[in-house]
Structures are given as structure tokens and as C-alpha cells.
Design a binder for this molecule. Structure first.
Ligand code: MF3
Ligand code: CO
Length: 240
């Protein structure tokens, strides 16, 4: 699983550098496919519930599951890229959000605070804690700063399947839910907005957007709970 995670981390690094104004998300998708395969992995998104691409690319008010297309990246966009890969039967899954060029301060803050809320969740992923402790750490961090927290899409267990038990919501009560034990592998993925939490799925059946049109950001890491503390599998350093 570490290797699967490291493939995803490397691919996202390449995609981050390639995400410049004028580049289409279809080009990013093709870069992702090539990189995953050249690193010895297998793309996990394509064909998953008939999903038609190798990554998800979600712009601005789009939250998750945007399908790569001929849409060009523009200055001022927030672009979230979600990538998954399989290596020797094990999955890695991670997402980043990027500010393209100059964006308003509140937008860049949303993007960084969404990442930091994920870090709070990761830091709570300690043996003996519960899933609710992760959820609550994310919720408290996000709500203190006034962000909307998406509720209909959540983090998840990950392993031989991309999505397994348990669910890892981005809101909830500490002290509730599954007790974390050594070796548990989960994907922690807060989705925060500058507005409300309600969502809409577009006619393409995939793209999830905020109902109120507010900007959204999404970050995700796959991690393993261990005696040495949480290890981030989708980071080459093991740290967020
Ligand atoms: N990676 C997404 C998640 O974080 C799932 C992508 S859905 C797919 O759970 F269809 F694109 F694969
Ligand atoms: Co995920």
C-alpha cells in the first residue's frame, strides 16, 4: 500500500507542475495515465462505477468528481485534482487543491485551511482514538473558521478496495465510532466551502458542485495508523 500511495503522490506532484493556464484537464488526465503506468501502477478510477477518466478535476464551485474535458485552466481558478492507483492489488487515493495564479485572499485561505483541516484529522489518527475523534478534529477546525463542511461525501477505509469500511465523515462527535488500531488504513478527505454544505450533481452524473455556487476545496491523503503515529502513505515523506 505504501508503494501504491507513493505512485499517487508522484503523479500528483507532476500534475501540480503541469497545471498552468491554457492546459486542459484532458491533458492532465493523459499525463496521469502515463505516469501511473510508467511507475508500475494501474489507474483505479477508470471504470469504477463506469467513471470515464483516470483522475477527477473539479473547478471552483465544483467540489469533487469533475470529469476531465477540454476545459482550459484559467488564471484565478481553484482546481482540485483527485488521483488513485493500484499496486499489487492495493489502493492509494489522494487529492490536492491548487490556486492558479492570483486568487482572492479568502479563496487561498480556504484552500490552505482545507489542507490544514486534513492535517488535523491525520494528527488525530492515533491508536486508541476513534473515527469520531478524526471527524471532530476536522469539524472543529473548519467551523471555527466559518467554512461549510460537505456532509454527503466522506472519507473511507482503503486497502484491497478503494472504498471500504469504515466511513470517515468530516464532522462528528469525538469518542464515537470505531476504535483505531495499528494497521488500519483510511483516506481522510475534507471538502470545505466558502458557503453552505448542500450539493448538486450535474447532468453528467458525476460532477458534484455547491448548491449555492460557493468556492470549494478538497484535500485527501491515504494513511496508516501505526505505533509510531500516523504514516501518510500518499506522501513520499510519510508526512502530510
Ligand atoms: N477518489 C475519490 C474518493 O476520494 C473517488 C473517485 S470516484 C471515481 O473517494 F469514480 F472517480 F473513481
Ligand atoms: Co477517497
Amino acid at each position: 500500500m505504501r508503494k501504491a500511495g507513493h505512485i499517487v503522490a508522484s503523479v500528483l506532484d507532476v500534475l501540480k507542475d503541469a497545471s498552468k493556464p491554457g492546459i486542459t484537464t484532458a491533458i492532465l488526465d493523459e499525463i496521469a495515465r502515463k505516469e501511473i503506468v510508467s511507475l508500475g501502477g494501474k489507474p483505479s478510477f477508470i471504470g469504477y462505477m463506469d467513471y470515464p477518466a483516470h483522475i477527477c478535476t473539479s473547478f471552483n464551485e465544483e467540489i469533487v468528481h469533475g470529469i476531465p474535458s477540454n476545459r482550459k485552466i484559467e488564471e484565478g481558478d481553484v482546481l482540485s485534482i483527485d488521483c488513485g492507483a493500484i499496486y499489487q492489488g492495493y489502493h492509494g487515493d489522494a487529492a490536492i487543491s491548487l490556486c492558479i495564479g492570483d486568487v482572492p485572499d479568502e479563496t487561498s485561505k480556504l484552500v490552505e485551511d482545507t489542507r490544514l483541516s486534513m492535517v488535523k484529522g491525520i494528527e488525530s489518527s492515533l491508536i486508541g482514538n476513534r473515527i469520531g475523534d478524526i471527524s471532530n478534529a476536522i469539524q472543529v477546525y473548519a467551523e471555527k473558521r466559518g467554512y461549510g463542511i460537505i456532509r454527503e461525501y466522506v472519507g473511507h477505509g482503503i486497502g484491497t478496495e478503494m472504498h471500504q469500511e469504515p466511513s470517515v465523515p468530516n464532522y462528528g462527535s469525538s469518542g464515537k465510532g470505531l476504535i483505531l488500531s495499528s494497521g488500519l488504513t483510511i483516506a481522510i478527505e475534507p471538502m470545505l466551502t466558502l458557503g453552505g454544505w448542500q450539493t448538486n450533481v450535474s447532468d453528467d452524473k458525476w460532477t458534484v458542485s455547491t448548491k449555492d455556487g460557493s468556492i470549494s476545496a478538497h484535500w485527501e491523503h491515504s494513511i496508516v495508523v501505526s505505533r509510531d503515529g500516523p504514516e501518510v502513505l500518499t506522501s513520499l515523506t510519510g508526512r502530510p
